[in-house]
Design a protein around this ligand. Structure first.
Ligand code: ATP
Ligand code: LTN
Length: 327
């Protein structure tokens, strides 16, 4: 029996190379070794303001992009969160088993509330309970995510353990899967903050569907420093971030990279990153255009994913409901 992997991504705008390196690329590389369920978490997306029509488009765009990146429907189930009612339903039961104090410690809520003071809603606060529900419904073994989701995963594990102890065995305790490389890609404009797809700053992020010209322009403008050597030094945040991006895309070792740029300037580094990123994204972009224009295929894949997910989710939800005494 293969172990089960579950992960999700919000359809909030364009996907960045941070999302790709921290999450999607790992999902693709892992998929042959596991039983996989991937989810476009559109219900999480409405914790921040969304235009309804655009949200709907972005949800399908995201599904198509995941397929274009290499999620293979023969190996992985892909579905849309809002299509399975057990997600919010189990989240309610979990809510009643999460102490306020534990939820109040979540740093993502604090960050997002600070960035968006006009829309601090209850859903945004409760976001981790819905995420715990996503994971626990599927009796998940492993959750591949970026570094920023570690705390949410810890909350999911805690609530599962508490529930099993208080009501009887119901949930598998999930483990996070955070790869060392690419777990935290930083903004190109500001290498002290995480590259985020909802940032409005220009030249902050490279998006998977950016044209070669946009990619070149953004890397050219990327923050570096006034030193001359090109070496992996985490203290030199801008250059380090660029080197880490280059390391993953080029598949070269750190020694090879430092050798390649010995006595060279940032201009060459930026040109080489641009080349390798453009080259990697080109086939993804081509595949995306093909899949996005074939609505029938996309809906078929999503439907198939939903059916598989639904049967697992319903079983877990029914069990949880019975254990707490709900009819
Ligand atoms: P938003 O800015 O809308 O909050 P986001 O860019 O943080 O979105 P999510 O949909 O929340 O993206 O995350 C999807 C996946 O991508 C998660 O596993 C997350 O950990 C990972 N991820 C997001 N940003 C980065 C990053 N800069 N580096 C590495 N992984 C990331
Ligand atoms: N919170 C995650 C997205 C997400 C998720 C999940 C990831 C929602 N549900 C379940 C893994 C498993 C994020 O913002 N990156």
């Amino acid at each position: 029996m293969k172990q089960r992997v579950f992960s999700g991504i919000q359809p909030t705008g364009k996907v960045t190379i941070g999302n790709y390196l921290g999450a999607i690329k790992n999902w693709v590389e892992l998929q042959e070794h596991y039983e996989n369920i991937f989810c476009v978490v559109n219900s999480h997306a409405i914790t921040t303001k969304q235009d309804p029509q655009i949200l709907k488009q972005h949800t399908y765009d995201m599904a198509a992009l995941l397929l274009a990146c290499g999620i293979d429907p023969a190996q992985s189930s892909l579905f849309i969160q809002s299509e399975i009612d057990a997600h919010p339903a189990l989240a309610w039961i979990l809510n009643c088993n999460i102490p306020m104090g534990e939820m109040e410690r979540m740093t993502q809520f604090k960050d997002k509330a600070q960035k968006n003071p006009k829309n601090i809603n209850v859903g945004l606060f409760d976001y981790p309970a819905l995420m715990a529900s996503d994971i626990l419904l599927y009796q998940t073994d492993l959750v591949p995510v970026g570094e920023d989701q570690k705390q949410h995963l810890e909350l999911a594990r805690n609530v599962a353990q508490r529930f099993n102890r208080d009501f009887g065995e119901c949930f598998k305790i999930p483990e996070p899967l955070i790869t060392k490389l690419g777990a935290r890609i930083m903004g190109l404009d500001d290498p002290t903050s995480k590259m985020s797809k909802s940032s409005k700053a220009q030249n902050h992020a490279i998006f998977l569907l950016d044209s070669p010209e946009e990619i070149e322009k953004k890397f050219k403008k990327a923050t570096t420093d006034s030193q001359t050597s090109i070496v992996f030094d985490p203290e030199r945040k801008g250059v380090y971030n660029l080197l880490c991006i280059y390391e993953i895309f080029s598949k070269k070792t750190r020694d090879e990279i430092e050798e390649e740029f010995r006595d060279q300037g940032y201009g060459l580094l930026k040109r080489r990153i641009t080349e390798v990123v453009v080259e990697t994204l080109e086939p993804i972009q081509r595949e995306y255009t093909k899949i996005r224009s074939d609505e029938k295929y996309l809906l078929e894949v999503l439907n198939q994913g939903k059916e598989k997910a639904q049967s697992i989710a319903d079983q877990t939800y029914k069990k949880a409901k019975t254990l707490v005494g709900l009819i």
